[in-house]
Design a binder for this molecule. Structure first.
Ligand SMILES: C[S@@+](CC[C@H](N)C(=O)[O-])C[C@H]1O[C@@H](n2cnc3c(N)ncnc32)[C@H](O)[C@@H]1O
Length: 242
């Protein structure tokens, strides 16, 4: 199969994910902040801070994959040059408006692109970051392989996504909130049923950090490590392109 090609099943999942985010784009930010109690901002910031601290050079080039409404892109301070890409037009429109309003159009550019077939040459970025996206990709191996391809050797990868806390009390409380309360709240506020039922399902089916680490290594990364955030509700994975 040629590079980046999708099977019918992958195309179906990609279309479903794109339409789902399109249907909630207008309320996405509000719901994120509300349903996570504002923690989503901290998790993205932790990713940007860790990645920025590992970057050398004057004007690092950073790619934010599945940038959505642009929050992670905007967490990188000014000397960095950031490109955000996403395949959902309505999410990008909101992101572009936020970036314009913040006066950061000269530093951050957003474009429509598929994470499984990135429109960039090999090795042209110093860092690749992605928040809450890997779980949604129709083909995670292909997504990781594309991340590696567009990074220069020694470039940094930073991935943040949800996880499931394993501590007994926090785990049980979180499980109840995530599987029982969040889907109802999400439906009430977004007016759409599917996406906030999909969220806990997709997190429940997502590999934990100990399983993700070898997968990231297999895609061509070394020194892969992870940090649990907020007791393991989210996880930040970091590595270096070989
Ligand atoms: C949960 S949102 C995260 C958005 C943003 N990174 C954030 O931190 O809020 C997932 C995003 O990934 C995008 N996405 C999923 N699969 C994609 C793909 N194959 N190519 C590009 N974007 C994709 C969706 O359109 C959506 O905007």
């Amino acid at each position: 199969m040629p590079k980046g090609a999708h099977t019918n099943e992958e195309m179906r999942k990609s279309r479903q994910v794109r339409e789902m985010f399109g249907s909630i784009a207008a309320r996405y930010d509000l719901l994120n902040h509300l349903l996570s109690g504002g923690m989503d901002r901290r998790w993205r910031r932790a990713c940007a801070t860790e990645v920025a601290s590992r970057l050398e050079g004057v004007n690092p080039r950073i790619l934010d994959i599945g940038c959505g409404t642009g929050d992670l892109s905007m967490d990188f301070p000014r000397p960095a040059w950031v490109v955000g890409c996403d395949f959902c037009g309505p999410m990008l429109e909101i992101g572009c408006a936020k970036i314009r309003a913040a006066g950061r159009s000269g530093q951050i550019a957003l474009l429509e692109a598929d994470a499984l077939m990135l429109p960039f040459a090999d090795g042209c970025f110093d860092a690749v970051v992605s928040a809450f996206v890997l779980r949604n990709l129709a083909n995670r191996e292909q997504g990781l392989s594309e991340m590696r391809r567009i990074l220069r050797p020694g470039g940094i990868i930073g991935i943040v996504d949800f996880s499931m806390p394993t501590a007994p009390v926090l785990g049980a409380l979180y499980h109840y909130y995530f599987f029982r309360i969040l889907p109802r709240l999400g439906k009430l506020i977004s007016g759409v049923d599917g996406p906030y039922r999909y969220l806990p399902e997709s997190v429940g089916n997502f590999p934990g950090p100990d399983d993700l680490r070898p997968r990231i290594e297999s895609a061509g990364f070394t020194s892969v490590e992870y940090r649990l955030l907020t007791g393991g509700v989210a996880v930040l994975l970091l590595g270096i392109a070989e």
